[in-house]
Write a protein that binds this ligand. Sequence first.
Ligand code: DC
Length: 232
Amino acid sequence: MSTSFQIAIDGPVAAGKGTISRLLAERLGFLYVDTGAMYRATALLALRAEINLSDEDRVVALLQKSKLEMRNPIPPKETDGRLTTVILDGEDVSWAIRTQKCGEGASKVAVLPKLRHVLVQKQQEIAASQNVVMEGRDITFRVLPNAQLKIFLTASVESRAARRHTQYLTKGTDVSLEEVIEEIKQRDQRDMSRDTDPLHITKDAWVLDTSELSIEAVVELIANKVTQLMQS
Ligand code: DC
């Protein structure tokens, strides 16, 4: 039985999970855990080693012999707009994992059941001893099924694509809005149709549509809910 307060957030790609979870964690003094970064780091490892992303045993072996660390960004060097710092075998890969290629790779390795098993265990260990805001695609029903607060954060495809498009342009990735819409639809399809733990809304989750809300408004709504829960 966990002694920590756990906030589990799931939702489709580019629904604002990262920014919202980071701000919420800061406000509450909780640890922010971006589980997508773990799948992205695994994809980066496999891409660099030129291993086929569907070669489950080799991908898992590669991850197990690597050291993956995640922490809150340490100022001033790491306060460069990142939401979390990811260190892979001593190298800061916080930005290297944010490319379109790594995102696509992550969604491919995320269908591998053995890899999911290894990463889920790691995530459960992190959340067992400290208060967390953990976000991903299987947190509400697989990683933290007993979380005190479960949220399914979503938004329309159009508003998610517009956000992701702006992020790509800011990073200098030249891609059209139509391509991003297509990418998002494909990622949704892959996330929701994989055999192991497909993304879905649990009965006990609070469904929050962020299409028409500002980031600050969403953080405020969730923080108020947490205060209520902690007092009850
Ligand atoms: O949230 P993101 O875009 O960084 O996630 C990258 C990929 O990893 C995405 O395609 C879905 C997958 N993922 C997952 O399957 N389970 C999680 N808990 C987190 C991410």
